[in-house]
Design a protein around this ligand. Structure first.
Ligand SMILES: Cc1cc2nc3c(=O)[nH]c(=O)nc-3n(C[C@H](O)[C@H](O)[C@H](O)COP(=O)(O)OP(=O)(O)OC[C@H]3O[C@@H](n4cnc5c(N)ncnc54)[C@H](O)[C@@H]3O)c2cc1C
Length: 362
């Protein structure tokens, strides 16, 4: 249920392992958050507090990515950008240097070779960066994909190995899950199966009544924009506490992203983009002369505690498996989510209790 990066990844992995998979999508595959994403694979820059279960899940997914990317490319026959650029997390104040050092220390214990750079060493790495930047945590392991092409390749790969994909279904509801799986679409079709994998992103809460549990998943709008950049002006993914910039192979410089509570509204506002522009210029003064040529927005599936809902619904005897609420990191988490879901369906253990879908229901 759901044809975003999470649904397509689960379908791809399960079909490869011999299951017959059907993807049901109310709109177009990749038409929501997954097609809007910046595509950063950045477990270290995205987890600044410390090594919790979510960080470990993100890190494991980054480890899986090269083999996963090769497989998606090989089966789909479609290339998509995957750039091992590394990242810089920048700080403007001396006082923040200490925080970067603290982060470097714990991240070095978890497979990062990050170092804190400053002065000439920093500006050699990122020549156009503002001289107001005092220091940056450089993490060579982080990389990025071009998300729209990656999702298209996944969809193509799924089709080529026999996944059936139904799009434009309008409305899709769960008609039966306690004994059998029956899912109904608006146009009167019904789909049956042995298992239901719920991957409907920011819309997961709609199933609260059907499953009789709390599903606190909420849409958080991300407004994002891109500048034209013929000569690659930014060498790494550059993060600060307000957002990020990442240069893509197709000659664009992507800059994201706001975090707005706006329901399911995906419109772009002048104010949202102006906010991005303000700190962009501060980080890279050459951007003061440029206007973004492309602006868009997507709905991140956020959860009450920031962790995804990943694993079986106990009261369904494992018939229903949830994989939703990946918030800011669904592109990064796609390989590990597919693996965890497929391992469970193939008889492996349940994923960590920290991700259990019923954890909000007392
Ligand atoms: C601006 C922005 C930038 C981002 N940048 C990054 C990044 O750099 N790196 C990263 O890892 N992540 C990033 N993300 C987050 C990432 O995009 C999401 O975590 C990820 O796309 C979630 O994937 P999904 O498949 O769960 O959701 P979606 O892509 O939203 O897919 C869910 C699908 O389910 C469908 N659906 C809804 N209800 C039903 C139903 N009842 N039946 C059938 N289908 C249904 C929807 O139409 C939709 O297509 C970003 C997100 C945004 C918005």
């Amino acid at each position: 249920m759901g044809g975003g990066v999470v649904g397509l990844s689960c379908a791809f992995e399960l079909q490869k392992r011999g299951h017959q998979v059907t993807v049901l999508e109310i709109g177009r595959c990749g038409g929501q958050a997954s097609g809007a994403a910046a595509g950063m694979l950045a477990p270290y820059s995205e987890n600044v507090e410390g090594p919790d279960d979510f960080f470990h899940l993100c890190k494991e997914s980054l480890r899986l990515y090269p083999a996963w990317r090769n497989e998606v490319r090989r089966i789909s026959g479609r290339a998509f950008e995957y750039t091992e650029s590394g990242s810089l997390y920048i700080a403007y104040h001396e006082a923040d240097r200490l925080a970067l050092e603290g982060r470097r220390l714990w991240q070095n214990e978890h497979a990062s070779s990050g170092i804190v750079l400053e002065g000439d060493a920093l500006f050699r790495q990122e020549p156009m960066l503002s001289r107001d930047v005092k220091a940056a945590l450089y993490t060579p392991e982080e990389s990025h994909v071009y998300a729209p092409d990656y999702v298209l390749a996944l969809e193509h790969a799924c089709r080529l190995i026999g996944v059936q994909i139904f799009e434009q279904l309008g409305k899709v509801t769960v008609a039966e899950w306690r004994n059998d799986i029956v899912v109904a679409s608006q146009d009167g079709q019904s789909f049956t199966g042995d298992r239901l994998v719920v991957c409907n992103g920011a819309w997961a809460q709609e199933l609260e009544e059907a499953f009789d549990i709390r599903i606190p998943v909420y849409p958080i709008r991300g407004q994002i924009c891109a500048y034209e950049a013929e000569v690659k002006p930014v060498q790494h993914m550059v993060f600060c506490n307000q957002g990020y910039l990442v240069a893509k192979e197709n000659g664009t410089l992507v800059c994201g992203a706001s975090e707005d509570v706006a329901g399911f509204d995906t419109s772009v506002t002048e104010r949202g983009i102006e906010r991005l522009r303000k700190w962009n210029k501060q980080a890279f003064p050459f951007l003061a002369e440029q206007e973004p040529f492309h602006r868009w927005a997507g709905l991140r599936p956020s959860t009450q505690d920031g962790f995804p809902l990943l694993g079986p619904l106990k009261q369904s005897a494992g018939r229903v498996v949830m994989a939703a609420g990946h918030y800011r990191n669904g592109i990064l988490l796609s390989p590990v989510t597919a693996q965890v879901v497929a391992d469970y369906i193939d008889g492996g253990g349940s994923p960590l209790s920290a991700f259990a879908p019923e954890r909000f229901t007392h």
